[in-house]
Design a protein around this ligand. Sequence first.
Ligand SMILES: *[C@@H]1O[C@H](CO)[C@@H](O)[C@H](O)[C@H]1NC(C)=O
Ligand SMILES: *[C@@H]1O[C@H](CO)[C@@H](O)[C@H](O)[C@H]1NC(C)=O
Length: 286
Amino acid sequence: MAWLRNALVFVFFYIVAISHSVFGRPATFAEDFKITWAESHIRQLQGGRAIQLVLDQNSGCGFASKRTYLFGRVSMKIKLIPGDSAGTVTAFYMNSNTDAVRDELDFEFLGNRTGQPYTVQTNIFAHGKGDREQRVNLWFDPAADFHTYSILWNHHHIVFYVDDMPIRVYKNSGRVPFPMSQPMGVYSTLWEADDWATRGGLEKINWSKAPFFAYYKDFDIEGCAVPGPANCASNPRNWWEATNYQALNAVEARKYRWVRINHMIYDYCNDKSRYPVAPPECRAGI
Ligand SMILES: *[C@@H]1O[C@H](CO)[C@@H](O)[C@H](O)[C@H]1NC(C)=O
Ligand SMILES: *[C@@H]1O[C@H](CO)[C@@H](O)[C@H](O)[C@H]1NC(C)=O
C-alpha cells in the first residue's frame, strides 16, 4: 500500500502548497486588505465581500493589501462613480513604497461630466522613474456596472487589462528598466483632484452631487507573497509565468490594437514636446 500512502501524501502537500503559498481569492475584503485612510468613508457590504468607497467634502479614502507581492496577477471588479464624476479620481495601483527607487503600476480613473467618457490613465514607475502616462477613454459606461480591472506582472511583461481587453503592455526587453526585485503592495484610493483630473482641471467637482460612491468586489491577488517562500518569485511553474502569459496571444493582440486605434487619447511615446526622441521602451512593439 506504499503507493496509496505516497499518493495521499502527495495530494496532501499539493493542497497545502496551493492554499498557503501563492493562490487564493479571499472570501472577504478584510482577509487581504486594510483601510489606510478614513475608516468612516469605507463601508463593508455583503458580509465584507464587497465595499463602498465614499468621497465627500470632508474626506476621500483608501485601502491597501496587508501583504506585498513579487510577480503575479491582481484583479478586482470596480463600479465607478455614476453621473457627474468630474474632478474625482479613483486609483487602483501597486507600489513598492521604496521612495527613490520606487516601482509602481497605476490605474487612475478620471471622472467626467455626465455623458462624457471616463478616462483611464496608466503609468509605470521602474527603479524610481515614472513619466510614462498613457490615456484611454473607456468604450462603455464604467459606472453602469462592475468591470474587471487587472494587472499581470511576470518576468516577461506587465499588462493592464480592462475586462479581457489589454489596454497597455510594458515589455521586459532587457534594455529598459523593469520591476524585478521589489515586492509591491496593492492599493486603492478615491479622492478629489479637480485641479488636473478632468479636461486638465477646467471641469471642477460639483459638491452638490456629493457624496460620491465607488464599489469594489471580487478581490483577487494571485502572486508570491513577501514575506513568503523565498523561491516562489523565480519559480517558472507559477501559472502567470506560463507560455500563454509571456506575450499577448493573437486574439489579445488584435484587441490591444483596437483599443489603441480607437480609444487611446494620449501616449507619452508620441509626445514629441516631452520626448523629442521616444524612450527605448516605446520602440519595443507588442
Ligand atoms: C472628458 O470628456 C471630454 C469631452 O468629451 C474629453 O475630451 C476628455 O478626454 C474626457 N476625460 C477627461 C478626464 O477629461
Ligand atoms: C451642480 O449640480 C447641481 C445639482 O444637480 C446643478 O443644479 C448644477 O447645475 C451643477 N453645476 C454644474 C457646474 O454642473
